[in-house]
Ligand binder design. Structure first.
Ligand SMILES: Nc1ncnc2c1ncn2[C@@H]1O[C@H](COP(=O)(O)OP(=O)(O)OP(=O)(O)O)[C@@H](O)[C@H]1O
Length: 256
């Protein structure tokens, strides 16, 4: 995916300034950066839920400006930070909404929909909860259900906005393991926003580091997170440690 010279403002206040980057196909890319730096805005621009004032976003050489919303929904799926569903909506019905881009006004549930929903339930390990209302799920199960709905869109690209927020450490790792599995097994290109820098290093091939609507760094996750950059972007003192050769480095925050 090529993002070229994007400019974007909410009203008169410029937020994204001449932002350019390339997101590698088949890799996990995580966007990190301070609150308000424009991470969610960038995801919404990528999926055309927001329109840039200037610049172009192209997927496999095709500009998204020229694509219909239905075509985009067949290329990319997004799980937002906050999601709501009617209280009595079951997991299975929620996932079936992911098939919307493939349905016409008069079409009814078909064999393909059943197959894809069953597949999404299996991948997200929600088979035993298919008939349960979303409102009765734990936070981790609910997050997996929203990811399953996105998977039912059968896209090559998956965008996740803070998929681990509000989850305890067990469910955070469960969701991130699922992300890794989707990338490894199905070759999905994943672009996600995380606040946890160590999880970003551990679970991503690449990181995009943002500050004030600009990209400070884009590239290999391990090489990108340095003590100098953490000082520059977050204004914190930190050290980077390696536990052993087989493990990723991790950063330890020390002071502000
Ligand atoms: N719909 C909107 N209308 C006006 N301003 C907005 C809107 N959405 C976001 N903003 C502003 O744009 C800036 C960037 O917001 P954005 O949500 O993209 O940042 P972020 O890096 O994802 O932040 P966070 O880490 O806190 O989720 C913020 O100052 C925010 O207040």
């Amino acid at each position: 995916m090529d993002i070229k010279k994007i400019q974007f403002s909410y009203g008169d206040k410029p937020l994204i300034h001449e932002l350019s980057t390339t997101i590698e196909k088949g890799k996990i890319t995580t966007i990190i950066g301070p609150n308000g730096s424009g991470k969610s805005t960038l995801l919404n621009l990528i999926i055309k839920q927001l329109k840039p004032k200037e610049g172009q976003i192209a997927v496999d050489g095709k500009s998204i400006t020229a694509c219909s919303y239905k075509d985009i929904a067949k290329m990319m799926a997004i799980v937002h930070q906050h999601n709501t569903a009617p209280e009595d909506l079951t997991v299975e019905r929620l996932i079936a909404y992911g098939r919307t881009p493939y349905q016409s006004f008069w079409s009814s549930k078909d064999e393909e929909e059943e197959k894809v929903v069953a597949w999404a339930l299996k991948v997200t390990k929600l088979e035993g909860l298919a008939g349960k209302p979303i409102s009765q799920l734990s936070g981790g199960e609910r997050q997996r259900a929203w990811i399953a709905m996105a998977l039912a869109q059968k896209t090559d690209i998956l965008l996740l906005d803070e998929p681990t927020t509000y989850l305890d450490i067990f469910y955070q790792l469960e969701v991130l393991n699922l992300v890794r599995e989707l990338n490894k097994t199905y070759g999905m290109t994943i672009v996600m926003v995380l606040h946890d820098i160590n999880q970003a290093i551990q679970f991503s091939h690449n990181v995009i580091i943002m500050k004030h609507g600009k990209i400070v760094y884009t590239g290999n996750a391990i090489e990108g997170v340095t003590t100098e950059r953490l000082q520059e972007v977050y204004g914190i003192q930190a050290t980077i440690r390696w536990c052993d050769k087989n493990c990723c480095p991790y950063m330890v925050p020390i002071a502000i």
